[in-house]
Ligand binder design. Structure first.
Ligand SMILES: Nc1ncnc2c1ncn2[C@@H]1O[C@H](COP(=O)(O)OP(=O)(O)OP(=O)(O)O)[C@@H](O)[C@H]1O
Length: 291
């Protein structure tokens, strides 16, 4: 993106500062709490794990949604999670992000950060970004404004109007725009984007904070085949720089992006391996693939 475009975008942001303020206060549904925060410090991955769960359990009204779940993810890994409805995939992400507290077990980010000691907002700040299935971009703001918003703290109108990207932030924004393939749409309103573009924009908003671990829940649901293919490219480009945990039901998408696939069932790991390995597993066929 050229400096002119960057400036044009910044001016637009200032003009619409009240929209941003409203968005932060009324539309985010608490979502803004996850933005305006930047991963601080390094995560200790000397033991080769960015995420580590051991014997995690949680019950809802006596029903064990997660049942002695253990799994770990390597730094830079792109891990795919599959499993039948009700397997506990969303609940697992809720536990990692601090939305749900497990009854027992261990959840570590790197070797030293005990996630169970942190609140949801702190976990976002530590560098774990989460993308829910439905895109929740700010529709009446431009692509630029949405990305810029991801850098803001929960400031008032005046502070938003005064906000200017510094050069490092401007570089980051340009890099993210390139990564999510929305360079040509920088001044378009998010509400006018396609479903796939909205999903990429939301991923871009997470990337503005340079998360170490990204949790992505059914990212290609509702996408066209072309959008799905571009999303696969996007995830493959993020792998290595970030660690990714992707929950998805779309097997052809999983085939394109996956290395190790973890199959969850009844709140625990049923099988793990390459997609070919888990697809050949009789237990997996019975509970999931053979449906
Ligand atoms: N807050 C809650 N209260 C009661 N039961 C819950 C709660 N959250 C999840 N559950 C139950 O826990 C089980 C696991 O749900 P979860 O949403 O984690 O599964 P999932 O694998 O994400 O399923 P899907 O593929 O349908 O999204 C389900 O039986 C669900 O009904």
């Amino acid at each position: 993106m050229t400096p002119d475009l960057m400036e044009a975008g910044a001016e637009r942001v200032a003009r619409h500062a009240h929209h941003i303020d409203q968005a932060l206060q009324t539309e985010s549904g608490g979502r803004a709490a996850g933005y305006g925060r930047h991963a601080t410090g390094e995560v200790d991955v000397t033991h080769g794990r960015i995420l580590y769960l051991e014997d995690v359990s949680v019950s809802f009204d006596g029903f064990k949604a997660i049942n002695k779940l253990s799994l770990d993810i390597a730094p830079g890994e792109l891990r795919c999670i599959i499993g039948p409805n009700g397997a506990g995939k969303t609940t697992m992400m809720d536990i990692i992000t601090g939305k749900t507290r497990p009854d027992e077990g261990t959840v570590f980010f790197g070797s030293t950060i005990d996630l169970l000691r942190h609140k949801e907002a702190e976990i976002a700040q530590l560098g774990i970004g989460r993308k829910f299935q439905k895109p929740t971009v700010f529709e009446h703001l431009t692509v630029f404004e949405n990305l810029e918003l991801a850098l803001k703290t929960d400031k008032g109108v005046k502070a938003s109007m005064m906000f200017r990207l510094d050069s490092a932030q401007a570089d980051r924004l340009a890099e993210v725009l390139h990564t999510i393939h929305l360079e040509d749409s920088v001044l378009r309103l998010a509400g006018n984007l396609s479903h796939g573009q909205k999903q990429w924009l939301e991923i871009g908003m997470l990337l503005m904070q340079d998360p170490k671990l990204l949790l992505l829940d059914e990212p290609v649901a509702g996408m066209t085949d072309e959008e799905t293919a571009r999303t696969a490219e996007l995830f493959l480009s993020l792998k290595g720089k970030h660690s990714l945990m992707v929950v998805e039901h779309d097997m052809s998408f999983i085939r394109t992006i996956s290395e190790i696939v973890t199959v969850l069932c009844d709140g625990a790991v049923l099988a793990q391996g390459t997609l070919d390995e888990v697809q050949a597993d009789e237990r997996v066929i019975e509970v999931y693939l053979g449906r």
